[in-house]
Design a protein. Sequence first.
Length: 473
Amino acid sequence: MHTVLSLADVPPQTLPARSMMAFTLASHIILVPLGVALPLITLIMHGYGLRRNDETALLLARRWSAVMAVQFAIGVVTGTVLSFEFGLLWPGMLGRWGDVFGIGFGVEAWAFFLEAVLIAVYLYGWRRLPSRTHFLLGLPLPFAALLGAFGILAANSWMNTPRGFTLDAAGNPVDVSVWKAVFTPMFGPQYWHFVVAMFVTAGYVVAGVYATGWLRGRRDRYHRLGFTIPFTFAAVFTPVQFVLGDSIARQVFHKQPVKFAAMEIVWNTDTHQAEYLYGRLRPDGSVAGGIRIPQLDSILAGFRPDTKVTGLTSVPAADRPTAAEATIAHFAFDTMVFIGSLLILLALWYALVWLRRRRLPASPWFYRVAACAGVASVVAVECGWITTEVGRQPWIVYQNMRVAEAVTSTRAGALWLMFALVIVVYVFVFGSFLVVLLKMRSRWRKPDTAGGPPPPTPETDTPYGPRSAGRFL
């Protein structure tokens, strides 16, 4: 049961609330790949260093663990802001549905505290613990990161395919089944698509740092190893992600047909639907621009040209994305697929050179593309969230509650002022993050650039065992 609203009934608070939520989510998600995947990449490097007795690998692992800790601290700030915004901006949703989907946020909170403790132990353990003990204490870190993702994705997949409750006469949820509310039809596809996206993105982001160093003439083993392990990690998961992406698109086709219609700008329900690469949907249902490929949309959806694809006009205008929202979702979806296709080619280039010559590619163009792959992967992740959130409009809980029904009653002017303050805070937070990373880079690079033997620093000590006098960390 839900209230029928016309466009004229949409509260003025809706636009600033949606804008603020979009900004904070887009900012937070820049940090998420490193939060989810960097612990695993770091432990892979750590394990490699221990197995090969390789001090360069251990040095890289230790430095990455420091970046991991700084990133986690910044993520705490941006994640906390998002948590408060759920309650402040969307009290209607939490007031009615919090008992159903709130378990996901509870799981995420427990995972957050567990990850904070584990990062502290792992960071503190360098040179203070026996090498094997230290490594074993770090092994739960990736699982804690995945548990946090589990909680968030459980909540979001429930918003896309709400289950696990019945409605009473007043339209309030009762008889809540936690198991069904967590493991909704979209949970599995969303969770694994998201997790593998984080693996791919983090791998390319880390590798891109060392690809840039390679292009600037740093061809030592430190940069070669720093590039090879995270890039290989990302390259292995890239084709997996492509398959998972195709799978989740097919699940959206079956479970959320109107969202699929927005993603593919399909206006009328029909078979033999054409695929548009980009293009803009007009309010009358026509498409401006883009590249039209006849019948391809039906083939992609059901492997047959006579597959029937549901169009946006299958539901009333108040129950579907507007033409502008559909265009945004379509552009984001096409951009995500385009970047994924380029990453497949990059991974294939890397694999072919390695299989044929057992070495890294030598072409500067490979490293130029690799240096850009991290940024491109982050853009793809942003596009994925735009697709799933904008494509679900006007619903905040799919087919049960509209965004306009959930929004706060706070005056729009106050929300715009709050949004401006959030932007100022985020500029300061991310600026501080960048300054810290640059200072860490400068300190780590001193032994490479200074003339003569470098002074003793934590980074030039042996990874385990006694520390230099007067040094700590």
